[in-house]
Ligand binder design. Sequence first.
Ligand code: MD3
Ligand code: FE
Length: 204
Amino acid sequence: MTPPPPGFAHYPLYFDTAQQSALIEAVRTGVKDAPFWRPSMPRTGTPMSVVLSNFGPLGWVTDKELGYRYEHTHPKTGSPWTPIPAVLMDLWDAVTDYPGPPEACLINWYRDGSKMGAHIDSDEQATDAPVVSISLGDPAMFRIGGPQRGGPTYGIKLFSGDVVVMAGQSRRCYHSVSKIFYGESAIVPKGGRINLTLRRVNLP
Ligand code: MD3
Ligand code: FE
């Protein structure tokens, strides 16, 4: 029974069903202008199994040639991302004490069979800023380990409406999504799981 690293906080069902539906509707509206696309890994060009979009002045993108980075515009349309919904700006203020607003909200949509392998988020200059995650739709098995690959992990099943905050040491730990419990929730119209992550990119 490995405990979670310091700085990890879980708020089960932070958002009720009506608030979850409103967030899913905000995603549906946002991706009309900034459609989900399937990203490729740097160098190899291997496609990821999740599809992505973003809200915010900045968005996280990746492709074979330029790799992981933040951009002001959508890689396929060239248009700016949709602003971060007010309810998420308020969430950041409620669960972090960071001296500045989030600049990016990555939208990960996991469909049947999608997963995310173990990695550390290190494309932000604000390496000490927390990351705030909101889960919507099908549950997921989330695992977080330590600052080195391998080693024991703490696992938690995340449900629709859950919020997770990674601050302090947990921010620099390996983490993964090892399983989606596909079809256990019906709240996402096209199915699957949507994860939103609020991120500070630049130093304040
Ligand atoms: C722990 N997403 O987008 S959210 C990611 O459920 C990512 O879609 C997962 O990992 C998902 O990079 C996990 C929770 C999360 C996000 C960022 C972290 C956990 C983190 C950064 C550092 C440590
Ligand atoms: Fe991550």
